[in-house]
Design a protein around this ligand. Structure first.
Ligand code: SF4
Ligand code: SF4
Length: 344
C-alpha cells in the first residue's frame, strides 16, 4: 500500500498521465486568455492556478445523453472512463456530495453510478483566485479536502501527492516506479503555499462584506418577501448560464425523440431559471414569475438542501457571477439581504 503522501518530478508526472491514457480519456485544464478550459490530454500538462470555466459535473452527468441504454446495456456502447486532472475544491466537496445525494440515494441513477465508480479524479490546490471566487466566505478552503482519488500540489520541480481513496492507492501502486515517499520538508512546503494563498484570498473576501456563512440560511428563510427579488429579476434574461455553469445544480428533463436508429429516451440539463421549468398540463406554473424563479434558486441552495442534508448547495466558485450577462451577483444579493434584514 503506498504512503498517503508522495512526490513525483514533473517529468514523471507526464509519464504517469501517459500511462493513465491507456485506461482513461484524460482531461486537463488549458489556459486561454487567463481562463482555463477542459481539454483532452495530448502529452503536455499545465498546472492551473484556479478553477476552470466549466465545472466537472459534465463528466458525471453529461449535458445531454441517451438513457435507454441503461435499461438494456449494450456493452459495445460503453464509454471509456474519464480521468479529470486538476479539478479544484469548488467542484468537489459539497458539489459531488450534492450529486451523490440526488443520484445515488433512494432510486439509483445507473448512468451516474457508473461514471462515479469508473472515473478517476486527480484534483489540485488553487494557487491563486479569480475576482469572482468566494469559497472562503462559505467556509470552504481553496484546496481539496475530500472526494478526490489523488490530489496534487505544486512544489519545487514536481508535485506533492495526497492519496484520497482506494482507487487512488491502486492507481499509484500500478505506477509505483514514478513516485517516491514525500519528506516532511515537502509537506511543510505544501502547507506554507496553502497558507499564503488563503491569506491573500482573505483580503479579497473581507472587502466583499459578505455575511457570516452561518447566517445565510436565516437570511433566505426570512427574506422570501424582500423587494430585492423583483428588482434583481428585472435584469434577468433567462439565459440559464447561472444554472448550467453551477457545479451543484443537477436538474434535468427527460424527453422522447427519434434519430436514424429509431426512438430513444434522452436526458438534458434543465433548471429553475427557465420559464417552463415548473409548467404543468393546462399551463399552470408554480414559478410563473421571474422573481419567483430567481428566489427559488436561492431557496433551494441555502434553505432546502441545508435542511435536508446539512449542506449549502453552493461552493462559492463564483461561476454564476462570472457568466451572468445581467450582472446578478450572489455575493451582492446576500450583502443586500443582510442590510435589509438589519433595517427591519
Ligand atoms: S451558486 Fe454560483 S457560486 Fe454557488 S456553486 Fe453555483 S455557480 Fe458557484
Ligand atoms: S445567468 Fe443571469 S440572466 Fe442568465 S438566467 Fe441566470 S440570473 Fe438570469
Amino acid at each position: 500500500m503506498p504512503n498517503k503522501y508522495l512526490y513525483t518530478k514533473n517529468s514523471n508526472f507526464l509519464r504517469f498521465l501517459d500511462n493513465l491514457s491507456a485506461d482513461y480519456r484524460v482531461f486537463v485544464p488549458q489556459e486561454t486568455r487567463k481562463n482555463y478550459f477542459w481539454k483532452e490530454y495530448k502529452g503536455s500538462f499545465q498546472f492551473s492556478k484556479y478553477r476552470t470555466v466549466t465545472p466537472i459535473r459534465q463528466f458525471f452527468a453529461p449535458a445531454i445523453e441517451h438513457i435507454d441504454n441503461y435499461f438494456s446495456p449494450d456493452k459495445s456502447k460503453e464509454i471509456k472512463p474519464f480521468c479529470i486532472v486538476g479539478a479544484k475544491a469548488c467542484d468537489l466537496g459539497n458539489a459531488l456530495k450534492m450529486h451523490d445525494y440526488v443520484f445515488l440515494e433512494g432510486d439509483i441513477d445507473a448512468s451516474y453510478k457508473q461514471m462515479r465508480e469508473k472515473n478517476l479524479i486527480i484534483s489540485s490546490d488553487c494557487t491563486s483566485f479569480k475576482e469572482t471566487c468566494f469559497c472562503l466566505a462559505l467556509g470552504n478552503m481553496p484546496y481539496p479536502e475530500t472526494t478526490f482519488d489523488l490530489n496534487i500540489s505544486h512544489i519545487a520541480d514536481g508535485y506533492f501527492i495526497e492519496v484520497g481513496s482506494k482507487k487512488g492507492e491502486e492507481t499509484i501502486a500500478s505506477n509505483k516506479s514514478l513516485f517516491e515517499e514525500a519528506g516532511s520538508r515537502m509537506q511543510t512546503e505544501r502547507e506554507n503555499n496553502r497558507k499564503r494563498t488563503v491569506e491573500e484570498f482573505r483580503c479579497q473576501i473581507e472587502a466583499l462584506e459578505f455575511p457570516n456563512e452561518n447566517l445565510l440560511n436565516g437570511l433566505i428563510k426570512n427574506g422570501h418577501s424582500d423587494k430585492l427579488w423583483a428588482e434583481e429579476a428585472l435584469r434577468c434574461v433567462e439565459c440559464g448560464s447561472c444554472i448550467m455553469n453551477c457545479p451543484t445544480c443537477h436538474c434535468f428533463l427527460l424527453f422522447d425523440t427519434k434519430d436514424k436508429n429509431g426512438y430513444f429516451k434522452g436526458r438534458i440539463w434543465d433548471g429553475c431559471q427557465y420559464k417552463n421549468f415548473t409548467r404543468v398540463a393546462g399551463g399552470a406554473s408554480a414559478l410563473r414569475l421571474r422573481e419567483y424563479r430567481l428566489r427559488n434558486r436561492y431557496i433551494k441552495k441555502f434553505e432546502f438542501f441545508p435542511e435536508r442534508i446539512k449542506l449549502y448547495a453552493c461552493t462559492g466558485c463564483g461561476r454564476c457571477v462570472e457568466s451572468c450577462p445581467a450582472k446578478i451577483d450572489i455575493r451582492k444579493i446576500f450583502k443586500t439581504l443582510n442590510e435589509n434584514s438589519a433595517k427591519k
